[in-house]
Every structure is written in C-alpha cells, then in structure tokens.
Design a protein around this ligand. Structure first.
Ligand SMILES: Cc1cc2nc3c(=O)[nH]c(=O)nc-3n(C[C@H](O)[C@H](O)[C@H](O)COP(=O)(O)OP(=O)(O)OC[C@H]3O[C@@H](n4cnc5c(N)ncnc54)[C@H](O)[C@@H]3O)c2cc1C
Length: 414
C-alpha cells in the first residue's frame, strides 16, 4: 500500500494520552500542522511522565505533567480525557468512543501504550496486590510504602528493582521474587544483573531467583503471603506485580490492522510509524517496530523510542523527510546509580568493563567483532555517550584502551 502524506491541514485523531501522544501533538504544531488535532485518553489526568512513578513519585515527590494542561488549549489541540476508543471503522475513517461519540479522521494515530502483564495465579485479585503503570497505581504504592507495609515484589525487572530501591531507602522491607536465574534477565547482561543484585542485597533487599509464585493467599481479603512453586511461602502486606507489559493493540487487531507475531504482538509499523492501513499510524509501546541492529521488527518500551516514533509520525503526516534512525536507549535510577543503557544486549558478545562497580561509576561495553553493540553505564555519561555514538556509527574500538579507566576514552576508537 502507498502512504500519501496527509498534509498540514489534515484532521488528526490521536488515541492515547501518554508520552507518545503528548509528544506527537506538540511536534505537529511545532512543525507547522494547522489542521484539527484531537487527543483521546482514557485516563482522567493530562499526559504525565511515567518514569518517576517507580522512582521519585513513590518517594513522595510531586507528579509532573508532560506539558502544562493549558498548553493544549493554547495550541488548539482538543483533549478528550476519560474517554476510551472502542472501535475503528477504516472504510468510513471514523473511530467510536465509549461515550457514544464518533470521530472522523484523515489520519488516525494509535498511541495506546501497554498494560501490565497480569500475574496468572490464584489470589492475584486480593487487596494489597497491584501493578504500576498509572498515577493511580503510584498513589496506592506510595501509601503502602508510607504505611511501612512489608513489600513483596514479583518480578526483578527495572520497575521492580526501582521500587525496591525506593522502599529500602525509606526503611521498608522489600523482597524481590524473580522466576529466572537472575534479575533483569530479559533486559541486561549477566554482568550488570550481578552488579545490580549485589547493590540491592547490600542495602537489605532480599532477592530470590528461580522463585516462581504459584499463589497469593490472604486474610479478610488482604494479601498476607505468596506461595512459591517449591512449597515455600513469603509473608508480606503488599505485593507489587512487575512481570512485564502487554501492548494494547486490540483496537488495531479488531480492525484488521497487522500486528506482530503471537507472543510478541504490537502493531506492526515501519520507520515512518506507518501501519498496514495508509490512514493509520502507530507510535510508542503499542508498536512492533524496526530497530537498528536487530533482525525483524521488535518491541521497545521506552521514552526515547516513543519520542523517536512521534517524530517519525510527524514527518509522515506532514510529508517531510523521515528522521534518521536512532540507537535505542533508556535509563533507570536505583539508589545512587543512574543507569543509562544504549543498544540491545544480546548473548555471545565480548564484554569489557571500564571503571569499578564498587565506586558506583562504571560502564560495560558489549562488542561483536570489535564493535560495540551495547553499552550499560552507571554514573558514567561520557562512556554512555561515546558508546551510543560508536554503536550508531559501527566504530571499531580497542578493548584494551577501553578497559583502562585512566586512558582517554576517545583513544579507544580505531
Ligand atoms: C513505572 C514505569 C517506569 C518507567 N521508567 C522508564 C524509564 O526510566 N525510562 C524509559 O525510557 N522508560 C520508562 N518507562 C516506559 C515508558 O513510560 C513508556 O515507554 C512510555 O510511557 C510509552 O509511552 P506511550 O505513549 O506509548 O504509552 P503510555 O504512556 O502507556 O500511554 C498510553 C495511554 O493510552 C491510553 N489508552 C490506551 N488505550 C486507549 C483507548 N482505547 N482509548 C483511549 N486511551 C487509551 C492509556 O490509558 C495511556 O494513558 C517506564 C514505565 C513505567 C510504567
């Protein structure tokens, strides 16, 4: 199918009120789009930053809006909050909302994000069990931490570990249960997993790996313990489920728009955020997208990816040249470690450590044939920046120079 540009005067309807949607509507106006722009979000809050929810917000700091609420009015962007898109009629180019409204579009942008993967065990609906995706979730979690409840975190991914760090910083008991043999198994190298695991246990978090929860049990409707597959049980007063997220691609699926392979899902898009329907674009966590250095489309759940795709969609809508592909990256804050990770960590790479993890400042470079394909850094912005640049450019490096923290970083590039 061809994808003609929709033009600066087109009517654009954006479904989703998260990071990708807010970035897109701002960029459209900034880049000269003059037509009608409507943003539909099923949450009641204006678009807000999600990353602080597992970091600063649960630690008591105030929430932050992505843009001041008055921005949208000033930019003549219609915002419909608390309304959910329920069906797309591709032939009529309309989208139906649960309020009964039907919105017509020239371009429809699906930015519906992801939802927490549920924990499929008995007792997951008990009081005191929750996930973390929205401001509402974060308010509940903050209350549990303020009440000093013993927190059990199911899933040792980034969100689970970030919450564990906040809990321990406030003196709250935290136990992390991870089904795999190491924390961050899906997203980090074994070396970083080991460093982060040590960092958490040193501060009093109990981490149990190869520990699968088979049931949650409670009293008076409130969770009180988790039962593991070996029969062990862990007592707790609250459970945070952090076992990943699933793309909210059901609107697209129902409308016959192509999605990724079963098990991965996500709306299939190209480097211009275009779906299999020329009038429908998709951006953010809901997509299955091309990624530089990765074979076949894959899913990325990160702010930089959502922002990049908002730029791609803007270019597509306005008929401008597509932006150059970016090296994927994201960040995570745990205790005093500011982690920044670029590229995709894959097995079978040569790993070079620069700096001393005990000092809190280090970087792990992962090389294939002498070229970095990923860098995992902690409190080491120059290493992160250099690594990200080298990954994008396919630069060869000298592992010996890289390993020597006293040698100038730029001297490592060949
Ligand atoms: C706790 C937490 C911490 C994170 N920390 C980091 C981090 O440190 N660094 C990083 O890079 N990334 C982080 N992320 C990931 C990042 O927040 C996401 O990648 C980003 O929010 C994706 O933006 P999005 O707009 O695609 O989706 P979302 O932000 O999820 O927004 C989608 C919105 O669409 C709404 N919606 C869905 N379906 C409909 C419908 N049918 N009708 C109307 N509205 C609908 C949803 O309710 C939601 O408001 C974190 C995520 C979480 C949850």
């Amino acid at each position: 199918m061809t994808h003609p540009p929709a033009g600066a005067g087109s009517r654009v309807v954006v479904i989703g009120g998260g990071h990708a949607a807010a970035a897109l509507v701002g960029l459209l106006r900034q880049e000269g789009h003059t037509g009608e722009v409507v943003l539909v979000g099923d949450e009641l809050d204006h678009p807000y930053h999600r990353p602080p929810l597992s970091k600063k917000f649960v630690d008591g700091e105030l929430e932050q809006w992505l843009r001041p609420p008055e921005f949208y009015g000033e930019q003549k962007i219609t915002v419909r909050l608390g309304e959910q898109a329920v069906a797309i009629d591709r032939a009529a180019r309309t989208v139906a909302l649960d309020s009964g409204a039907d919105l017509s579009y020239d371009v429809l942008v699906l930015a519906t994000g992801a939802r927490p993967r549920p924990l499929p065990v008995p007792g997951a609906d008990l009081g005191g069990v929750g996930a973390l995706r929205t401001l509402g979730d974060a308010r509940a979690l903050r209350k549990w931490i303020e009440e000093g409840r013993r927190l059990l975190i199911v899933g040792g991914g980034y969100i689970g570990l970030e919450v564990a760090a906040v809990a321990r910083s406030r003196g709250v008991e935290a136990v992390v249960l991870e089904r795999e043999e190491r924390v961050l198994a899906r997203v980090a190298s074994p070396e970083l997993s080991a460093i982060m695991s040590g960092c958490h246990t040193d501060r009093g978090t109990v981490i149990r790996t190869e520990a699968a929860v088979v049931a949650l049990e409670g009293a008076d409707g409130q969770v009180r313990r988790a039962v593991l597959d070996g029969g062990d049980a862990v007592d707790c007063d609250a459970v945070l489920v952090g076992v990943g997220a699933l793309p909210r691609d059901e609107l697209a699926t129902a409308a016959g728009i192509e999605t990724g392979p079963p098990g991965r899902g996500g709306i299939l898009v190209d480097a211009g955020a275009r779906t299999s329907d020329p009038a429908v674009l998709a951006i953010g966590d809901v997509t299955c997208r091309p990624i530089p250095g990765v074979e076949g489309p894959a899913r990325l759940e990160s702010i930089p990816s959502a922002t990049e795709q908002a730029k791609q969609a803007t270019a597509t809508i306005l008929g401008k040249p597509l932006p150059a592909a970016e090296t994927p990256w994201f960040w995570s804050d745990q205790f005093d470690l500011k982690l920044k990770i670029a590229g995709i960590v894959a097995p079978g790479t040569q790993t070079v450590l620069r700096g001393d993890p005990a000092s809190g400042r280090f970087a792990l470079f992962h090389l294939v044939d002498g070229r970095p394909v990923a860098v995992e850094s902690a409190n080491a912005s120059p290493e992160f920046m250099a690594g990200k640049k080298w990954i994008g450019a396919g630069t060869r490096v000298d592992p010996e120079v890289l390993r020597d923290a006293d040698a100038a970083l730029r001297g490592a590039a060949l």
